[in-house]
Design a protein around this ligand. Structure first.
Ligand SMILES: Nc1ncnc2c1ncn2[C@@H]1O[C@H](COP(=O)(O)OP(=O)(O)OP(=O)(O)O)[C@@H](O)[C@H]1O
Ligand SMILES: [Mg+2]
Length: 166
């Protein structure tokens, strides 16, 4: 388990963009956390890795949004309005797992039928500062167990101080 602190939405976006570099076809990511926790913001950053972010929209009413380019197929699910696993199975949900990269908002609903290996990311809002989110990364199964997620933390801009000899 790794905890990453994102001090603003850009840090969440860039973290997701950096992480996307190691996620491959057939991989599954589950995002959980309250309304407004930053799950869709994360997906936006993830899509940036593939230059697909301009088309982002919330799939709240469609269950799944698809993003394609010659390199990858990304399926972005929002299961908030899905009642149970049967409803997910009825839309052929399980068939998506192997087709590309699947990212699930509110994915804990289908925990029982998820593949053996997936990456779970929980988003927690800060109680005091509304711009801060804690991302808790938990690899389920072996696939992501050796990953050092801290590598993907965006580098904060450092203040450069120039000493001018005079
Ligand atoms: N550090 C941060 N990371 C991500 N989002 C942040 C952060 N700080 C503030 N925000 C704001 O929080 C909101 C997150 O909204 P977002 O749609 O990503 O949430 P969500 O988890 O997808 O919610 P829902 O369950 O309703 O789909 C955005 O308005 C974003 O600007
Ligand atoms: Mg969302």
């Amino acid at each position: 388990m790794t905890e990453i602190l994102c001090k603003n939405e850009d840090e969440t976006r860039v973290f997701a963009k950096n992480l996307a570099g190691i996620i491959k076809r057939g991989d599954v990511i589950v995002l959980s956390g309250d309304l407004g926790a930053g799950k869709t913001k994360f997906v936006e950053g993830f899509l940036e890795h593939y230059n697909l972010q301009e088309e982002i929209s919330s799939p709240t009413f469609t269950i799944v949004n698809e993003y394609h380019n010659p390199l990858i197929d990304i399926y972005h699910f929002d299961l908030y309005r899905v009642n149970d696993i049967y409803e997910f199975e009825n839309i052929g949900g399980e068939e998506y797992f192997e087709r590309g990269i699947c990212i699930f908002e509110w994915g804990e609903l289908i925990e029982d039928i998820l593949p053996e290996d997936y990456l779970k990311i929980s988003f927690e809002k800060d109680e005091i500062n509304d711009n801060i989110r804690k991302l808790i990364l938990e690899p389920v199964g072996n696939k992501f167990s050796e990953v050092n997620f801290e590598e993907f933390i965006p580098r904060r801009k450092r203040l450069k101080i120039l000493f001018v000899k005079g």
